[in-house]
Ligand binder design. Structure first.
Ligand code: 5GP
Length: 211
């Protein structure tokens, strides 16, 4: 069985990456989304252990010291981090694991591992981004402003990703994301076991024909 692929999915707040991930999970059953820990307060409808593990700053810092995170970062005044253990287990089971994380986390994961594909999701325009942020209705004007400011910073790192995904049409974008992951699975470096098997079988075949 091939190991799963680690998929880093970043994008501006309001890029629609959450919706893309939900759609991806609905359409294909090979994916699992890693549940992060955070110190930010739950939004309406968010559930412990489903959307995030909600932590106090003290508990989060304890987990940092224990080395529990594959990566962690500070985003608009709060900690966010990926617990490493579950990610490892899922990859070993052959699941493709999605990390919905921002760019500082993406840098850390890429520097630690090679089995990663990193994708940055963006709306087709900044007008559209602002509209989606305002439409969400869960955030104050001040938070929207902070998130737009953060988007300015994140845009400086877009070219560090393997792929840019423009979220204009949800169905198209979801399919494109799935195709990128399929292409990653087909990479020769990830097919070492299969390549060895073919090589062995061929040698064996020639050996028997020549006998
Ligand atoms: P939100 O508060 O909107 O749920 O998330 C804010 C930002 O934090 C988003 O860009 C999201 O992708 C990112 N984020 C969520 N979980 C993690 C994590 O575990 N690590 C890092 N580095 N970023 C995360």
């Amino acid at each position: 069985m091939q190991r799963g692929i680690l998929i880093i999915l970043s994008g501006f707040s309001g890029s629609g990456k959450g919706t893309i991930v939900s759609k991806l999970m609905e359409e294909y059953d090979q994916y699992t989304v890693s549940v992060s820990a955070t110190t930010r307060s739950p939004r309406e409808g968010e559930q412990e252990g489903v959307h995030y593990f909600f932590k106090t700053t003290e508990d989060f810092e304890k987990l940092i010291r224990k080395g529990a995170f594959l990566e962690y970062a500070c985003y608009v005044g709060n900690y966010y981090g990926t617990p490493e253990g579950p990610v490892e287990e899922l990859l070993a089971q052959g699941r493709d694991v999605i990390l919905e994380i921002e760019y500082q986390g993406a840098v850390q994961v890429r520097s630690k591992r090679s089995d990663v594909v990193s994708i940055f999701v963006t709306p087709p325009s900044i007008e559209e981004l602002e509209r989606r942020l305002a439409e969400r209705g869960t955030e104050s004007e001040e938070v929207i402003r902070a998130r737009l400011e953060r988007a300015v910073e994140e845009s400086q790192h877009m070219d560090e990703y393997d792929y840019i995904l423009i979220n204009d049409d949800l169905d198209v974008c979801t399919r494109q994301l799935h195709e990128l992951v399929c292409a990653q699975h087909a990479k020769a470096v990830l097919q070492k076991e299969f390549i060895s098997q073919i090589q062995e079988e061929l040698k064996d075949k020639m050996h028997r024909r020549n006998a």
